[in-house]
Design a protein around this ligand. Structure first.
Ligand code: FAD
Length: 450
């Protein structure tokens, strides 16, 4: 195989290497066998492979770190996987305009560290921030732990450079705070899961460094009370984090790496305030009162930064800890804040009805939970029961006026559910946009829209 115009070493056809690039972290969705991998060194490589793919009608699957949980980066038989992981230059951190300009392969945490070195703060922080890429974050509109106060990736993206399916290079947005010149194409590409174009540069909004957060832990002997506490907490102030873990998740984390979490609690809320000196204490008191009103059995606040970071690390470990349990499938649903208690109750009921264990944890302050079904892989019926429970949780979210995916995206995982949420007209419009930008259907086909 030869792809004209590629830089030396960009093209890889070794099947052993290709295997490592054929799927993301979703253990459930199918993955095909790619015919080649292109590890782009820069935009010119992306343009070269795009032109070649269009000329030969070969599907192209863009890929960041492959940490996605919806199968969106999974290979299709015969495709070329286009990895952006080598494009990891931080081109600019501008402390006057408060922007960063980066290549798509920059790891989220590396950007955070570079911004912090200049006294600035890059907010979006998915649990995977130490290894996921900015390009993947843009393409999935990734959320995270501090989104409850600072918004999701969409809120941080000011402009993009995108290589279109016909090889042309599109620039959207810029570095101004306000910009209403024409349709908002930046937002169109955010969350488009590699189906509309390949992101080759991102201009991001930075914020002034934030004060050190205070941390509050509240435990509950009833999961529904914890869900109720979440609604009360977000109505009482502006937490910079509000995460929930149930007992199954706590036990999995403790088994994975002992972190000193209370194994007897039915649920735990981890809340932070970064309102600054004085205001932080006041806000923590308000959050304590909200938790107590909802029936918390224990509430503890700490201003100790190291302790807060340890507790946050325990929460970030949830996905890997559940992954280590054996069979697992992670859901990602969102509901209006007032329905949080109903959602966690529904997750419990689904577990009982289908005879599976559901670990309920997630970004509770955003109404975005990741109920995870843990099952015995050696039990032949367990996989089917897990699948049924997964679908039942999606049903419950829709019945509560929620969404089939809060932040992980549709990918392959939720493709069959999309029409149930958005309806045929919405789907028709989405398909028309796809057709206009990718008439040959070469960009990540089969994902999301089918
Ligand atoms: C332990 C763990 C914790 C996680 N926590 C969170 C969380 O808190 N919040 C959250 O939102 N997600 C979370 N995730 C999911 C995942 O990390 C995010 O979806 C992340 O944004 C994916 O980034 P990536 O670089 O790995 O992208 P990939 O998985 O490689 O790709 C994801 C999608 O983006 C497309 N894509 C990638 N790069 C480009 C590009 N340059 N141009 C166009 N399309 C592109 C791919 O085609 C695919 O559709 C977690 C995952 C793990 C394993």
């Amino acid at each position: 195989m030869r792809i004209p115009g590629l830089s030396d070493g960009a093209l890889v056809t070794d099947p052993d290497v290709l295997a490592g690039y054929s799927r993301d972290r979703d253990p459930w969705s199918p993955a095909g066998t790619p015919s080649a991998l292109v590890r782009a060194a820069g935009r010119d490589d992306v343009v070269a492979v795009m032109n070649w793919a269009a000329a030969h009608r070969v599907p192209l699957v863009p890929r960041g770190a492959g940490s996605g949980l919806a199968g969106a980066a999974n290979a299709i038989d015969g495709c070329v996987v286009l990895s952006l992981e080598r494009m990891r230059a931080i081109r600019e951190i501008d402390d006057a305009d408060l922007v960063a300009v980066v290549e798509p392969g920059v790891v989220n945490a590396d950007l955070k560290r570079a911004a912090a070195a200049t006294g600035l703060f890059y907010a979006p922080d998915p649990g995977s921030f130490e290894f996921c890429t900015i390009g993947g974050n843009v393409a999935t509109n990734a959320g995270g732990l501090c989104c409850v106060k600072y918004g999701v990736t969409r809120d941080a993206v000011l402009g993009l450079e995108v290589v279109l399916a016909d090889g042309r290079v599109l620039r959207t947005g810029g570095r101004t705070v306000k910009d209403v010149a024409g349709l908002d194409l930046t937002r169109l590409f955010v969350g488009s899961e590699g189906m509309l174009g390949v992101v080759t540069e991102v201009t991001l909004r930075l914020l002034p460094a934030r004060p050190a957060p205070g941390t509050l832990v509240a435990t509950f002997d009833d999961l529904v009370c914890a869900g109720d506490a979440v609604s009360r907490v977000v109505a009482s102030g502006r937490p910079s984090m509000c995460e929930l873990m149930d007992d199954v998740t706590i036990a999995a984390v403790e088994a994975f790496r002992p972190m000193g979490l209370d194994p007897s609690a039915r649920a735990l809320l981890l809340i932070q305030s970064d309102a600054g000196p004085g205001a932080c204490d006041l806000e923590c008191e308000q959050f304590s009162a909200a938790c107590e009103k909802a029936g918390a059995t224990f509430v503890m606040a700490t201003q100790d930064r190291a302790e807060g970071e340890l507790l946050t690390a325990a929460r970030r470990m949830a996905v890997s800890a559940l992954e280590a349990q054996g069979g697992w499938v992670l859901d990602d649903v969102g509901v209006p804040l007032s329905r949080m208690a109903d959602l966690v109750a529904a997750c419990g009921a689904v577990g009982e009805r289908h005879g599976v264990q559901v670990a309920t944890f997630g970004h509770a302050g955003d109404g975005n939970m990741h109920p995870t079904i843990v099952f015995d892989q050696d039990d032949p019926g367990a996989r089917d029961r897990a699948r049924a429970a997964f679908d039942a949780i999606v049903d419950a979210a829709l019945q509560l006026g929620g969404t089939i995916t809060g932040e992980h995206g549709v990918g392959l995982m939720k493709r069959r559910h999309l029409v149930r949420q958005v309806g045929e007209v919405h789907l028709d419009v989405q398909r028309a946009v796809k057709e206009a930008l990718d008439p040959l259907g070469i960009l990540n086909p089969g994902k999301s829209l089918g």
